[in-house]
Write a protein that binds this ligand. Structure first.
Ligand code: FDA
Length: 325
């Protein structure tokens, strides 16, 4: 159940002037251009972080817009390589046209993943709402079967189906499966997802255990201590942790074998001290870097989809000591 405070924050935010929303969101969005994203990554590199870049956008309404995303991600790929940054790509399958024309959408995704493969760069298919869960997972499996193993999926702890999805991915891809596990930002119906905080934490933690048991690479994307603490103990019980090299840097051809291994991932601007503490302890940490012209539309839509995000942003703004960038 979404609290009154969260709904009030969302109602107030959509009425606020764009400049004010922009001022608040400066901390969570790198800026409107690729140069902004590159600048932030160069700065945060000194904190021991690596990155994944997200070009912001609304769900598209025609395939011309999909072409924009494809072109922009190619620019990002080239810029990451020429700047020598430790970064990869996070893409939203619907921005490539998956919900408009599945075949063309998949062809667009494949084009980018193929180009990234030539540059030995990893591409993460972000997980959107339940309309595209099955297709997104299948897309990753199909790409692997074509030899494009530089791609991985995201699973959402809140969905009832997630443990079955891990089993399916393990059967199809074995340890080459490369996961990001998160709670899931979309407030899904109670018929298919957990809705209470503790249930979501427990299910997310169970997924982490299952991914590690499968010997796959597991990116833990959370700022929540009960998830992070569970992950660090689980890693220990699987003989992983600081001091053990990332198998991707040491496995010869990093594209052929990725697991076992892990990293922690956090959003730009959220719980920086916690991320820096994990990095200082020797854990690999990755920051999700969103940028793009459509930062305003994207922020407002996200707030409406999940009003608790609005409450978290308001809390960070009004009580900065609870969440520093
Ligand atoms: P929780 O929401 O309980 O947050 C813990 C604390 O962190 C909060 O109390 C607050 O202090 C802070 N916090 C968290 N989010 C904040 C925010 N936006 N602004 C300000 N403070 C915040 N989801 C999805 O459905 N598909 C996906 O592909 C991804 N990808 C993804 C990548 C990365 C790198 C991350 C970190 C997250 C995602 N997510 C996602 C989002 C994820 O599912 C989830 O909604 C958020 O991470 C919030 O959940 P936490 O586990 O952080 O816990």
């Amino acid at each position: 159940m979404v609290g009154l405070f969260s709904r009030t924050v969302v109602a107030a935010t959509v009425r606020m002037p764009k400049w004010f929303v922009g001022w608040v969101s400066r901390r969570y969005v790198a800026g409107s251009t690729l140069d902004d994203a590159l600048r932030i990554m160069k700065r945060l590199s000194s904190e021991g972080a690596c990155f994944t870049v997200d070009v912001l956008g609304e769900e598209i309404s025609n395939m011309d817009e999909a072409q924009f995303f494809l072109d922009e991600y190619v620019r990002v790929l080239q810029a990451i390589r020429s700047s020598n940054l430790d970064a990869n790509l996070s893409i939203k399958p619907t921005a490539f046209g998956l919900l408009i024309d599945k075949e063309k959408g998949m062809a667009n995704i494949e084009k980018l993943v193929r180009m990234a493969n030539e540059q030995n760069m990893f591409v993460r298919l972000d997980m959107e709402d339940h309309r595209v869960t099955t297709d997104t997972i299948q897309a990753v499996i199909d790409l692997h079967k074509q030899g494009l193993t530089n791609v991985g999926t995201v699973l959402q702890g809140r969905l009832f189906r997630t443990l079955d999805d891990i089993n399916y991915l393990e059967t199809e891809l074995g340890p080459a499966a490369d996961y990001r596990i998160c709670k899931g930002i979309y407030l899904e119906p109670e018929e298919i997802a957990y809705t209470g905080y503790q249930d979501i934490v427990d299910a997310t933690n169970a997924s982490i255990d299952r991914m590690l048991a499968a010997g796959a690479y597991c990116s833990i994307a959370s700022h929540d201590l009960p998830v992070i603490n569970h992950a660090t103990s689980a890693l220990e019980s699987f003989g992983m942790g600081p001091g053990i090299e990332d198998p991707r840097t040491n496995s010869g051809d990093a594209r052929d074998f990725k697991g076992p291994g892990y990293e922690f991932q956090m959003l730009l601007g959220v719980r920086g001290p916690l991320r820096r503490k994990l990095a200082a302890a020797g854990h690999r940490t990755r920051v999700y870097i969103p940028y793009g012209e459509k930062w305003y539309e994207y922020s407002i839509r996200r707030l409406k989809e999940n009003p608790t995000v609005g409450a978290q942003v308001a809390k960070a703004f009004l009580m900065p000591w609870t969440n520093r960038p």
